[in-house]
Design a protein. Structure first.
Lengths: 115, 200
């Protein structure tokens, strides 16, 4: 009983420092996004890509510091699965937006596309 | 000899079972991510289809959404602390941190239900426009996950209290924490894409 069978590195096993660091980083990123929008510091064209970028950084921070995805030894099945999932999500989301925007554009009444 | 062997083999076997279970659970989480991905795509496509109804700009209250976000983020952090205490087999702290996580999760859910009921009372339910249908589907699917997570947390707290820290219990607690962190990650995107970008 001296050693827990669960010691070692796997998903969801981390140190206090990593949780604290992840928490502070997420807090700062959330507040930055919030104030960028609420104080209207930048124009919409700038602010949208910026807050998406901040959200992606926060996702990576939480995946690393809360889920501890990077700790496993190879073959990194968890990481591979995660990257594959990201690819599927990106294709589904951006593919849908792209297709539906074209659909909207091409099925608009003539006078609006002629401008 | 046999006993010695068994004692030797046991932790390794446990470890393997543990990693396999976590991998299986991770696979579920990733497929859940694809589910949320499709709901996000639906929302992105339909967010301008207002049918004369109100837009996100008129409906969303940013400080309120920020409060929800901060509560959920803190609960994700405390669930991590609960997991650390569980690995150290500290019963009191584990229960304490899970209790804090539960209270924060329940407050998040209460705020969300309150927000929904205000919208519905003002006539802006999911039947109002395609935008609102996709909004309610996306956000309440997340809320449903939170509800299930809270139920699961109650069961796990009872299990820890009754049975202590068996390897199976730790395995289940790890799954629960992964689930909870995952829900917070999904919420980051709901906060950004739905609330922040709905207002800009």
């Amino acid at each position: 009983m001296s050693e827990s069978p669960l010691e070692g590195k796997s998903l969801g096993e981390g140190s206090f420092e990593s949780y604290l660091f992840g928490f502070i980083a997420s807090l700062l990123l959330t507040l930055t996004s919030f104030f960028l929008v609420s104080e209207q510091l930048l124009t919409t064209n700038f602010v949208d890509p910026l807050i998406i970028g901040l959200a992606v950084i926060q996702m990576v921070a939480q995946v690393v510091f809360f889920l501890h995805l990077g700790n496993e030894s190879s073959p990194r099945w968890n990481l591979q699965l995660f990257l594959f999932m990201m690819m599927v999500v990106v294709i589904v989301v951006f593919g849908s937006i792209w297709i539906m925007n074209h659909l909207n554009y091409n099925t608009m009444p003539m006078e609006r596309t002629m401008k | 000899m046999a006993a010695e062997l068994a004692e030797h083999a046991h932790p390794e076997h446990d470890r393997e079972v543990f990693e396999r279970t976590i991998f299986g659970f991770w696979m579920y989480l990733m497929s859940d991510c694809v589910l949320f991905g499709t709901l996000f795509a639906t929302y992105a496509v339909l967010q301008d289809s207002l049918a004369g109804g109100p837009s996100g700009k008129e409906l969303f209250n940013l400080p309120y959404a920020l409060l929800e976000t901060l509560i959920l983020l803190t609960s994700s952090f405390t669930s991590g602390l609960a997991m650390l205490s569980a690995h150290k087999k500290n019963l009191l702290r584990t229960i304490l941190y899970f209790a804090i996580t539960f209270i924060l999760g329940a407050s998040f859910l209460t705020l969300e239900i309150n927000e929904f009921s205000h919208m519905v009372q003002e006539g802006n339910s999911w039947q109002r426009s395609a935008f609102l249908s996709s909004y309610f589907t996306l956000v309440s699917t997340h809320g449903l996950h939170i509800t299930v997570g809270l139920l699961w947390m109650t069961v796990m707290m009872a299990q820890v209290l009754v049975r202590g820290f068996l390897p199976e219990t730790l395995k289940r607690l790890t799954c629960l924490c992964l689930f909870w962190h995952f829900l917070d990650i999904v919420w980051i995107f709901i906060f950004t894409f739905v609330y922040l970008m709905g207002v800009t």
